[in-house]
Design a protein around this ligand. Structure first.
Ligand SMILES: [Zn+2]
Length: 135
């Protein structure tokens, strides 16, 4: 008699205690008290959530780094000082976050955000100085 996993529908071998696909406890799911089944259900859900979190983080580009980079680019044209400061802050925050999550991508973007943010601020100050000297 072949059984199927209650959670993912994977066909289980007769000897299997766990679903090979999602890791749910096969026996607890099959023929035990509702309380046990609920517990197994929760375990399976936890496994599923962990997998989602892990695969979600794998190679994901840091949104903070992207935000900082975009701010630094916009700051090149308008609000250089304000957006420059924002870009540097976001870039630094992204780099700091990557210390905790080394698999996160976007280090180049974060560094670019900081560098361009500094250029934004210096550029904005220079443009101000030039304009002030003209009038
Ligand atoms: Zn399964």
């Amino acid at each position: 008699m072949s059984r199927t996993c209650k959670y993912c529908g994977n066909v289980l071998e007769d000897g299997d205690n766990f679903c090979q696909k999602c890791g749910a406890v096969a026996d607890a799911v099959q023929d035990s008290a509702p309380g046990m089944a609920a517990q197994a259900n929760q375990t399976a859900n936890n496994n599923f959530n962990n997998q989602q979190v892990n695969s979600g983080y794998q190679g994901k580009t840091s949104g903070i780094a992207i935000g900082g980079f975009v701010c630094s680019l916009i700051g090149f044209w308008v609000f250089g000082i304000i957006l420059g400061i924002v870009a540097i802050s976001l870039g630094a925050a992204a780099l700091n976050h990557m210390k905790t999550f080394p698999e996160e991508k976007g280090k180049g973007l974060a560094i670019a955000a900081i560098v361009i943010g500094i250029i934004d601020i210096v550029g904005a100050i220079l443009v101000n100085a030039v304009i002030n000297s003209l009038f």
